[in-house]
Design a protein around this ligand. Structure first.
Ligand SMILES: Nc1ncnc2c1ncn2[C@@H]1O[C@H](COP(=O)(O)OP(=O)(O)O)[C@@H](O)[C@H]1O
Ligand SMILES: [Mg+2]
Length: 240
């Protein structure tokens, strides 16, 4: 159950005047804990919407979402805020580090909010900073870090409270090819080494091949899915 994700007939609609627009339509999925799931799809196909629903940042219009045994679609705001702090680690396209705090302080902050004492938080944050390869930059402020270093700090911050699930929405979308690879390898490595489920949105098809499950969205629908839970995989094009 740790890190598993189950979606049943999830629809997210927006009301536009009298029209209702389905941004996600009837999405059903089963993802075992520890899997690496790569989501691709054109811009506007609903990738971020899906990640926001998984992250408890938004609620579906219809359907059920159960992540790590928690019914996200039917939780109170207070439960969701706990969920976002403890169960989920979110990495965005832009780092969202707080500019008045050093890399180390940014990483340890969720630990303090999550109830660790200062020493314990500091120790863990330093371990993670080392793990993501920016030990010599830990006292730098975000404006003093390169794009790749900022995303590494953002990754360390996301795993600070030891969440079972990492959600990454185009985390390398603002990096060059070389630094993208580094951050991607870091995320895959963390997921594999620590047994965390990773759901990664990317435009990079090479990454899709390296994950366990590849899901492609088209206009809010799962157009195809490859992997152990790909239902009737014969109905889908060959994985190349
Ligand atoms: N708050 C909103 N109100 C209305 N439409 C929205 C809202 N948020 C997203 N959308 C629409 O939902 C669609 C999917 O958006 P998004 O999930 O961000 O796509 P992607 O991440 O795949 O580019 C887009 O057509 C977008 O315009
Ligand atoms: Mg998006």
């Amino acid at each position: 159950m740790e890190g598993s994700i189950v979606l049943k007939e999830v629809t997210k609609s927006y009301q536009n005047g009298t029209e209702s627009l389905d941004v996600l339509h009837n999405v059903s999925l089963e993802i075992p804990g520890g899997a690496i799931v790569v989501i691709t799809g054109e811009s506007g196909s609903g990738k971020s919407t899906l990640l926001h629903l998984l992250g408890g940042m938004d609620k579906p219009t219809k359907g059920t979402i159960v992540v790590a045994g928690k019914d996200v679609a039917h939780s109170s705001e207070a439960q969701l805020s706990q969920y976002r702090m403890k169960t989920i680690g979110f990495i965005f396209q832009f780092h969202h580090l707080l500019k008045d705090f050093t890399a180390l302080e940014n990483v340890l902050m969720p630990g303090l909010l999550g109830g660790l004492d200062r020493n314990a938080a500091q120790l863990r944050a330093m371990e993670l900073i080392e793990r993501v390869g920016i030990k010599d930059r830990m006292h730098a402020y975000p404006t003093e870090l390169s794009g790749g270093e900022r995303q590494r700090a953002a990754v360390a911050r996301a795993v600070m409270n030891d969440p079972g699930v990492l959600l990454a929405d185009e985390p390398t979308g603002s990096l060059d090819e070389f630094h993208s690879r580094e951050v991607e390898q870091l995320l895959f490595g963390l997921s594999r080494d620590l047994g965390k489920t990773l759901v990664l949105v990317t435009h990079n098809n090479r990454l899709a091949r390296d994950g366990d499950i590849h899901l492609h969205l088209t206009r809010g629908r799962v157009e195809w899915i490859f992997g152990p839970n790909g239902a009737d995989s014969s109905a889908f094009p060959e994985k190349v």
